[in-house]
Write a protein that binds this ligand. Sequence first.
Ligand SMILES: [Zn+2]
Ligand SMILES: [Zn+2]
Length: 229
Amino acid sequence: MKMIDKHNLFYEMQESLSQADCPVCLLTGEALDSFVEGILYDKISDHGFRDALVKSRGFCSKHAWRLQAEGNPLAHTLIYVHFLEELLLAGDCLPQIGAEPGASTAPRDMKAVLKKLRAEAACPLCIYQEELEERYIRSLLNFLQDPVFSAKYAVSSGVCRPHFLRIQKTFCPRDIKRLIIKVFFNTAQALFLELEEIKRKADYRFAREATGTERDAWVRVIGFWNGTL
Ligand SMILES: [Zn+2]
Ligand SMILES: [Zn+2]
């Protein structure tokens, strides 16, 4: 076995295996959270980031709202006032400060307007998320060569469906791929049985039975099927 550098990420990912969620989703989500915080405080004044943001016309809907949840009205104002100004200039209808909105005529040059509305690049957070997922999938496959890590993985819930699919397209040793498939099916079976139990108890004849560990299985199966990102 290759020597594996036991750096922080190794232990962090090993630690995450004790949770019900996919380790790739968990670590990507955490890294994305700290990146999102940074965007509103310092990334926004970074020229490279601003250029990317101008090209993508901002964020995709999911990431725009993720950022909004961080608050910071001024940072959002600075991002969006720029987009609105560009749009209104393209339509030749930038209002005077203090004027009533709607006083000017509709834009004549719709071609210029549409050019300002359409994104020329993908959402920067989607691009970053993609890089993180790739990095963590590769780390996971690498760490699985370690026997202690791999024993922990064997009894964990493993990866979600989207990351399982990505791993199928990634090169890795056959025994590691086999372990990932085995854990994936173990989790699918366990969830199936828990959901069947929820269905059974939904029947009024059994409704008085105390709910067991399956009570949050309907939430866990959403994470298994879609990931938690
Ligand atoms: Zn995942
Ligand atoms: Zn996005």
